[in-house]
Design a protein around this ligand. Sequence first.
Ligand SMILES: C[S@@+](CC[C@H](N)C(=O)[O-])C[C@H]1O[C@@H](n2cnc3c(N)ncnc32)[C@H](O)[C@@H]1O
Length: 216
Amino acid sequence: MATAPQPEILTAFEAAKGFMPVDEGLALYAAAVEAGALGLPLLEVGTYCGRSTVLVADAARAAGVTALTVDHHRGSEEQQPGWDYHDPETVDPEVGLMDTLPTFRRTLFKAGLEEHVIALVGRSPQVAAVWGGPLGFVFIDGGHTDEHATADYEGWAPHIADGGLLAIHDVFPDPKDEFTGQAPYRIYLRALASGAFTETTATGSLRVLRRTGAGI
Ligand SMILES: C[S@@+](CC[C@H](N)C(=O)[O-])C[C@H]1O[C@@H](n2cnc3c(N)ncnc32)[C@H](O)[C@@H]1O
């Protein structure tokens, strides 16, 4: 199975608003394709406007499985007005809050991937609490505070099947490189220390780990 996306998928990824550079996107895609071979759903935490979702969704399509993507669509701390990562176009003028859901839906439509994705609109820990099944792939790119990153890890990592993959974005071992805090780095360290996960690839700030043992 191809481990690089078709040109039109890469174009859709690059055209979408978001925060993932191409080299990390290619690594994410390769991991999602590999995990798809388990025949289980692929889940992303942190949809935003669908940039990374395009890649996870295309990998799901190739594997004949479903992609799930979780977001409350109100933005993370650093994306709120007045912060470095704020995009005024993401604010719903009627309610005065961020709402990235419409842009996400346009991204997915333009990429021709709507039917391969279930969008779960809500808070990640709340969704995780009612999720019952195994997952082949979990990609954590939600809130970057310790509270949120830890909840994402504790909520979703237990669902990763044996041999499944855990990808974590914005892992910055050196504090001078980080932009949004080191909470993703801390959950990455925790996953390794648990003995349940073994690192497979590191590309930029993206780390991919495989479940090689029980627990989290
Ligand atoms: C860094 S962005 C995701 C970027 C996206 N993966 C991309 O490639 O462009 C983080 C997203 O996580 C969402 N988020 C933050 N905390 C969350 C939580 N507790 N539950 C659900 N979504 C959350 C935010 O709304 C935001 O859209």
